[in-house]
Design a protein. Structure first.
Length: 270
């Protein structure tokens, strides 16, 4: 993995206001008028700003979109893309991991286990792994690839470089790689090896641009200045995980979810 270096500044946006009329905006409808989302999922909107985030990445309902480690955004993306788009759930191919890695069995089952027949997906959803000997997603076939709160997992598993290469392969020229990631303080002495969930923004930018992408824009949509980032268990001390249980629970609830970078990269057209 390339050594982290400071990157050139990129334009920033920080708007957090979303229109309240689902009828006029398919992204708003997928978030606010989506019968497939649970109350628990909707309760996280105040921290995760899905409307603003998806707009920032430029998602359109007719796009082909991949989502790594499908999770909280899945119902939103499914509803947004069901009629005219194409949703692809993606994960690492098991061959990218050591044979004794605890994630490997789950990766081997990923395509078979992921339920693409759920009602919100329409008829064009699928699951695929990246990095295997036989590509499951064609070259230059994806409009937008989303990696939301998953970059640290690839760093810890040692799969970041091959996965970034795969994202570069599958994205169309001009396609977007959208990253939301827990953000470490720039001056922190913590390292990725500490496995606290936080990564430095400068490191992420360096790693992704080294894979051939260009940083188009960054946003403070998902920033949380109340997060001191000094929790011993890392981001998982904060909601919604609250891994410490009742210990300092009120403090962590008052902080809210982690401070996050929101970075929009593009695959060059040339």
């Amino acid at each position: 993995m390339p050594a982290p270096n400071a990157a050139a500044p990129a334009p920033e946006t920080d708007a957090k206001a979303a229109p309240a009329d689902p009828a006029g905006d398919p992204i708003v409808a997928a978030v606010q008028a989506n019968p497939h989302r649970s109350d628990a999922q909707a309760a996280r909107d105040v921290y995760r700003h899905p409307v603003e985030t998806l707009r920032f990445f430029g998602l359109q309902p007719n796009q082909t979109v991949t989502e790594q480690l499908p999770g909280w955004y899945t119902e939103i993306l499914g509803a947004l893309l069901a009629e005219d788009g194409h949703y692809i759930a993606v994960n690492e191919h098991p061959s990218l991991l050591p044979e004794d890695h605890p994630y490997r069995p789950g990766r081997a089952r990923f395509v078979d286990d992921f339920d693409t027949d759920r009602p919100m997906f329409g008829e064009r959803a699928e699951a695929a792994t990246l990095g295997g000997p036989e590509p499951m997603i064609p070259d230059a076939s994806v409009d937008t690839a989303l990696v939301v709160r998953a970059t640290h997992g690839m760093v810890y598993a040692g799969t970041l470089e091959p996965m970034l290469a795969e994202y570069f392969r599958i994205l169309k020229p001009g396609g977007v790689l959208g990253i939301v990631q827990h953000r470490e303080d720039p001056a922190s002495q913590n390292r990725p090896a500490d496995r606290r969930g936080y990564l430095k923004e400068s490191d992420v930018i360096e790693w992704v641009t080294a894979a051939g992408f260009e940083l188009a824009e960054k946003s403070e949509i998902n920033a949380n200045p109340k997060d001191p980032k000094d929790h011993p268990p890392g981001v998982w001390a904060l909601p919604p995980v609250l891994t410490l249980g009742e210990e300092n629970r009120d403090t962590y609830l008052a902080i809210g979810e982690s401070d996050r970078m929101t970075l929009k990269f593009v695959k060059p057209k040339g």
